[in-house]
Design a binder for this molecule. Sequence first.
Ligand code: F6P
Length: 537
Amino acid sequence: MSLAAWRRLEAQARSARDTSILSNFHADPDRLSRMSMEAAGLFVDLSKQSWTKDGLAAALDLAREAGVEAARAKLFAGGEVNTSEHRAVLHPALRAPDGAHFSALGVPVSAEVEAGRQKMAALADALHAGKAFGATGKRFTAILHIGIGGSDLGPRLVWEALKPLDSKIDLRFVANVDGAEIAQALVGLDPETTLVVAVSKTFTTLETLANAEAARDWLRATLGEAGAKSHFAAVSAAPDKAVAFGVEPDRVFAFWDWVGGRYSIWSAVGLSCALALGYEVFARFLAGAAALDRHFVEAPLEANAPVLLALAHIYNRNGLDRAARAVVPYAQRLRLLPAFLQQLEMESNGKRVTATGAPVARATATNVFGDAGTNGQHAFFQLLHQGYDIIPVDLIGVARDEEGPDGMHTKLLANLIAQAEALMVGRSEAEVRAELAAKGVSQAEIDSLAPQRTFPGDRPTAMILLPELSPEALGALIALYEHKTFVEGVLWDINSFDQWGVELGKTLAVQILGELTGASLGAHDPSTTALVQRLKV
Ligand code: F6P
């Protein structure tokens, strides 16, 4: 895509590169209202970004010229958006209220979606009413969720964010093919009261199948073959493969190939969460995302939160060449958000060719990292404030939170606001010198210390506030990032919904597994051959 609007945005960013963010507030009295908005209950403030008023205008022109509105319409219409796999991309259909009429490549899907939701709700309701029993007549009180990537990160995030302190259900997760994880997850679990939920879109993922087999063996050891079956459920877009694995057909919860793994939390992939939280909570989570979908579809581009968040990130990435971005949720319960966004953004948009196979014209996805605030402040914030590279930060806060001792939430919020201010405003060397002089510090010491204690500022932040950590707000937050990732993909002209880059490592791992366990060595580079020989069992 060679659009004049790209060149205008890049020129804007270059020319305003040295303009301080703070001075932009003085130059443009409407900055705050122009660059902040409400979306499905979320407050999104992009006024502390580096862009000027003209930079924002150029970014909006880019969105228009790149056809964001047409691309959005195609996605919601169930067109072939994932062109390399010839699939629709319809995760919004999963959270639309009953009675919607979505079609994937012309085939109606909403009735099947609703039936799937009813099947989940029926099991969740039975579990909560204490009417879901295992093979020995005991109630299920624990769930072992097995899955990796999109079949793990969303459910883990949702559970961490919403789990009640007095949960009656003990929900645990296993993702890695490192046996240490399942060994730890099983400690204290009773097979007689545990339901295993194996989640895999393809039902071919090595990690998940290995863990599912291990969990099944663990069940069988106590319950026998038939008993183990009644403690095992599966979630997959390849239900026949789950049945072939040995799962009872009525315990298989299906979803569809038009749901990308990293966009699948809204489907039966969220089953464990729906079971442990109760279906009503899960439905509220879906409703929050549906509200954000409506905002995305209806709001004009200049007041559209996912569009503007994408443009802010694009301005940093392409206009200012910022290759990394930190995500810092000031909410311990959202501490898994950075990991979730790593897959969402880096697997979706970590591409070097366009959807038609041509080299991309400019840089694509940023490196995403982060941790919960305030913990991150005591780890990587030094670099954010004074490091060589400028790393934009997404700050996520929760306005009201009554969990925990009185006053702590206000302290957390104070830190959130303070960090955003410090990153933008910084502290000048003159100020630092004056303060040291006032303390009677010697001139030689001031000369050496002042530059070290100076904060350059102009580190851009995006602020996203949830009114409270409700299921609705969490749904809206995740949907906000999903759509912003989609908009970025449109602007970069890439397919955000495939992930060919994960295939090579998987293929090699299968070959090397054979070699480690007895097969003769194939052709490798000398370093790899030496490693295989060293680690052969
Ligand atoms: O990492 C590659 C990937 O295919 C992800 O896209 C996906 O979320 C994950 O593996 C798990 O895949 P599955 O749900 O098919 O087991």
